[in-house]
Design a protein around this ligand. Structure first.
Ligand SMILES: [Zn+2]
Length: 150
């Protein structure tokens, strides 16, 4: 070590000040920063690139609800999962009721019937005009298709 290097080394030590003799009391002191319980459990960094308007909206929602942006996203995910569940649920097959009817036209095959059993999702004969009506043949076909689709 030449003389110049020695001076440089000494100067840099001066800048640091006196070396501490003992560890600071802070090490034993309880954490003073308020712990945010909302952070608990959220340890995995999630790095996503979002559109500026999405980010703005998310931040706005979080501010309005006084919660974290991640909490809005977590809630949104729950709603999304529920909506996916209801989408994948098999549709209830349409219940067809049967009525004796005079003069009706099958909505499927367009055949006219003078007096026959009509099949319709209508709850009663009074509502028949508001619902589709099927003849026996078309009703059978409809039920078969529902079974295939199920
Ligand atoms: Zn028909």
């Amino acid at each position: 070590m030449n003389k110049w290097e020695k001076v440089k080394r000494l100067r840099s030590l001066e800048v640091l000040g006196e070396a501490p003799q003992e560890a600071s009391q802070n090490l034993q002191a309880p954490e003073l920063a308020p712990s945010d319980k909302r952070i608990t459990g959220r340890t995995k960094p999630l790095s996503l690139k979002a559109k500026p308007e999405f980010h703005r909206e998310l931040k706005k929602l979080a501010t309005e609800k006084e919660c974290l942006m991640i909490e809005v996203l977590e809630e949104a995910l729950e709603v999304y999962k529920k909506s996916m569940l209801s989408k994948n649920k098999p549709k209830k097959p349409i219940q067809l009721n049967q009525f004796w009817k005079v003069n009706f036209i099958c909505d499927k095959c367009q055949k006219k019937f003078k007096k026959s059993i009509v099949f319709s999702p209508a709850p009663s004969l009074d509502y028949l005009n508001d619902y589709p009506t099927y003849c026996v043949d078309c009703k059978e076909e409809k039920l078969r298709r529902q079974k295939i689709n199920a």
